[in-house]
Design a protein around this ligand. Structure first.
Ligand code: B1M
Length: 212
């Protein structure tokens, strides 16, 4: 197996120490940081996303894999930045106003980072106006809204309404969370809905025009 294939396997298995060691070995061997991300780390997270969708693994395993990737990215990010390499797409994520649940939102955020998106995380209890300002400021390709409470679904609807009213032609809106359904997404005019973190990566890729 090549070092890159080993790295993919280490991320997928959530082996943090091996992931960091293999990333360092690849750098020492002269591999380009962007190749390490695209051909080593991202495929590892893609494996994890698929396993999660098929209920072969659960939230803890996924968090462990995401943390392994995060540690490796700490080594790579300064090198990518100094080479002027920026992620192609910027996505914004937050939990809607009135809602403090952030475990699912953080998971989506990690998976999106793992898929190579630049993620701006607005946190929890995010007002509709804050989403709009952030989407404009960061020229977001996607704004992601998470809600866990049935009582905060109206805030999600209002946020979608305000984002649409702001007229951001290049910004797609994606929603998710335990009480959210495709029917609700259609009803409030969101561009995408995902039931879980693996699907959230596929849908985000589709929304920016990259095949899933
Ligand atoms: Co809360 N809570 N909670 N809670 N809590 C629920 C959601 C609840 C279902 C529990 C219950 O009663 N059975 C219930 C909601 C009922 C309802 O609305 N019908 C509830 C309630 C009522 C409350 C309070 C009102 C309780 C109270 O104070 N009386 C209160 C509300 C506070 C507030 O937000 N204003 C409250 C508080 C809390 C804690 C602070 C204690 C804690 C949150 C800690 C935290 O997030 N940092 C908490 C927790 C942990 C839960 C449960 C137990 C677990 C939620 C969770 O993290 N799941 C939950 C019951 C349950 O779900 N079993 C419950 C794991 C997480 C990975 O899943 O977030 O669904 P989830 O994310 C998934 C998908 O939904 C999807 O992908 C993720 C990964 O697969 N997804 C997206 C999520 N966001 C997405 C965005 C996308 C795409 C997909 O695109 C952008």
């Amino acid at each position: 197996m090549s070092l890159l294939t080993d790295l993919t396997a280490a991320v997928a298995a959530g082996k943090r120490v091996d992931t960091v060691r293999l990333t360092q070995e690849l750098l020492t061997a002269g591999a380009r940081p962007q190749d390490i991300v695209e051909q080593g780390l991202v495929p590892g997270m893609a494996i994890v996303g698929g396993q999660f969708k098929r209920n072969e693994i659960f939230v803890p395993e996924m968090l462990v894999a995401a943390r392994a990737m995060k540690e490796a990215l700490k080594l790579l990010e300064p090198l990518l930045a100094s080479a002027g390499i920026k992620p192609k797409y910027t996505v914004i994520i937050g939990t809607v106003q009135g809602d403090l649940h952030d475990i699912g939102k953080n998971l989506i955020s990690m998976m999106w980072r793992g898929a190579g998106f630049a993620v701006v995380d607005l946190g929890t209890n995010v007002s509709p106006e804050r989403y709009v300002t952030a989407a404009q400021e960061h020229k977001a390709h996607i704004v992601g809204l998470s809600a866990l409470l049935t009582t905060t679904m109206p805030a999600m609807k209002e946020t979608v309404r305000l984002l649409k009213a702001a007229g951001l032609p290049n910004t797609k809106i994606m929603i998710g969370g335990a009480p959210i359904t495709q029917a609700f997404a259609d009803d409030i005019g969101a561009d995408g809905y995902a039931a879980d973190a693996g699907t959230a990566v596929d849908i985000a890729r589709k929304l920016v025009g990259e095949a899933a």
